[in-house]
Design a protein around this ligand. Structure first.
Ligand SMILES: Cc1cc2nc3c(=O)[nH]c(=O)nc-3n(C[C@H](O)[C@H](O)[C@H](O)COP(=O)(O)OP(=O)(O)OC[C@H]3O[C@@H](n4cnc5c(N)ncnc54)[C@H](O)[C@@H]3O)c2cc1C
Length: 425
């Protein structure tokens, strides 16, 4: 049986390698960087291993639990604590309304909503319950719908900052279709606020995400340990420069044989997403807690988008250590370590924050590159499958699900034979 080369040792490449081995293939994985895992990554900060890439998984997709079930020594799935987010506004940092959906309040006149929007905007928001049910239902975006039903005050002071901080996208760019069920429920209940109440009664916000004890990068450890037991070689610092009809080319040398592409091959846009991890001495933090964390005010020049309190939100992610507080600051490429620490001080009202810092780490992530599918189309003789975020969309659960589906569709005998005259180039 010919050996299959998997290009890329991110989640998709490792899951693909495992599936191929289970199909009876001999497999080799080539990874361009000096470590495996791709966007599932951890770093040592103040003596603790902390994930600095992807953080949570979509719980509605059972691909992850199915994989965990099949892995030896699989890490456990964990749930987030159902904590509120706070929002930084020109009048201070306030907890978000206790019932809201993407910032759309279920009770515009409740004290927590009024503290953010002001009373005038809140009264305008109440008009929603008097408007005919279908009013606004043809809106293309969430922003448009909220403006029609609840007015510009709520759209601009509550919904826009929440959507921007949580997703990195402007609310007027979020199609209504991306907020599943909202339009349907609004038409059913004749009110946007009541639709939001129903969505929250489903408890979907808290049930939507799970993570992995110790961090999602533990999943990479578990798959890699299994591949090692299967005898799969993973070559690091092996950048695939080119795919040709006979195989892949690494540093000018042909590696002949069938290929599974789990990397885009074209360059991604560097540095578009930045994470700064800040570990603080818990005993030196004097100000009040911010529950899940704080959504930053819009248009900050330091690039900070939101600060998550990992210790509060995902205690099992950090495996129970309580003497320090671990914050994850998310933002744009403009965000520096100093800027992130200063922002934490401001958002927590902790003016001597530098005294409490035990360690920091900054990671930058490229935005997705274009898919390798065109490469595959040009070399159908050797590329037997294309998997991963670049080809089937991002997200841990989706990458696992689509990779298993794609690779299991390959019959064990489907890889083409290696041509006998293959040699170096
Ligand atoms: C900061 C951040 C937060 C995220 N948060 C979440 C989250 O909370 N929930 C969620 O579900 N998803 C999240 N994601 C997305 C998720 O992590 C990715 O969708 C998923 O990990 C992609 O896996 P992949 O294997 O397809 O790609 P990658 O992880 O990008 O792996 C590709 C691998 O191929 C290698 N490679 C590239 N080119 C070559 C080459 N020419 N030759 C050899 N090797 C090559 C790369 O070095 C890399 O190791 C997040 C991502 C980031 C960066």
């Amino acid at each position: 049986m010919s050996e299959i080369t998997v290009v890329g040792a991110g989640l998709a490449g490792l899951v693909a390698a495992r599936e191929l081995v289970l199909q009876g293939h001999s497999v080799r994985v080539l990874e361009a960087s000096e470590r495996i895992g791709g966007q599932l990554a951890s770093a040592e900060v103040a003596g603790r291993r902390i994930d600095v890439g992807a953080l949570q998984l979509d719980a509605r997709d059972d691909a992850v639990s199915t994989l965990l079930h099949r892995l030896d020594d699989a890490p456990a799935l964990i749930t987030a604590r159902p904590l509120r987010w706070w929002l930084a506004t020109p009048s201070g940092v306030h907890p978000l309304p206790s019932v809201h959906w993407w910032g759309v309040p279920a009770a515009p006149l409740a004290a927590d909503a009024v503290a953010i929007t002001g009373r005038r905007a809140a009264w305008r928001g109440m008009l929603d319950s008097l408007l005919p049910g279908p009013r606004g239902a043809s809106a293309a975006t969430l922003d448009e719908l909220v403006r029609v039903r609840m007015g510009t005050g709520i759209a601009e002071r509550l919904v826009a900052p929440v959507v921007e901080a949580q997703t990195g996208r402007a609310a007027h760019h979020v199609p209504l279709a991306d907020v599943p069920g909202l339009r349907h429920l609004m038409l059913q209940q004749n009110s946007l606020a009541r639709a939001v109440t129903s969505l929250r009664l489903d408890d979907r916000e808290n049930a939507e995400y799970v993570s992995i004890a110790g961090g999602p990068s533990r999943l990479i450890d578990a798959i890699a340990a299994e591949l090692e037991r299967f005898g799969v070689t993973i070559e690091l610092n092996a950048h695939v420069d080119e795919v040709i009809d006979e195989g892949v080319v690494v540093a000018g040398v042909l590696r002949p044989g069938p290929i599974v592409l789990a990397a885009p091959l074209t360059a991604a846009n560097p540095g578009s997403r930045t994470i700064v991890t800040v570990v603080l001495d818990a005993d030196r933090i004097t100000s009040g807690a911010r529950d899940a964390g704080v959504l930053a005010d819009r248009g900050r020049r330091d690039g900070v988008r939101r600060v998550l309190d990992l210790t509060a939100l995902w205690p099992a992610l950090l495996q129970g250590e309580t003497t320090s507080t671990v914050l994850r600051v998310e933002g744009s490429a403009a965000m520096t370590i100093d800027g992130a620490v200063r922002a934490v001080g401001e958002l927590w009202g902790e003016w001597d924050i530098e005294q409490a810092v035990l360690g920091t780490q900054r990671s930058t992530w490229a935005s997705a590159a274009s898919p390798a599918e065109s490469v595959a189309a040009e070399h159908p003789e050797c590329v037997v499958a294309v998997v991963g975020e670049h080809a089937h969309g991002g997200g841990i659960a989706r990458v696992i699900g689509t990779t298993i589906e794609t690779v299991s569709a390959l019959a064990p005998e489907s890889p083409p034979p290696v041509r006998p005259d293959d040699g170096g180039v």
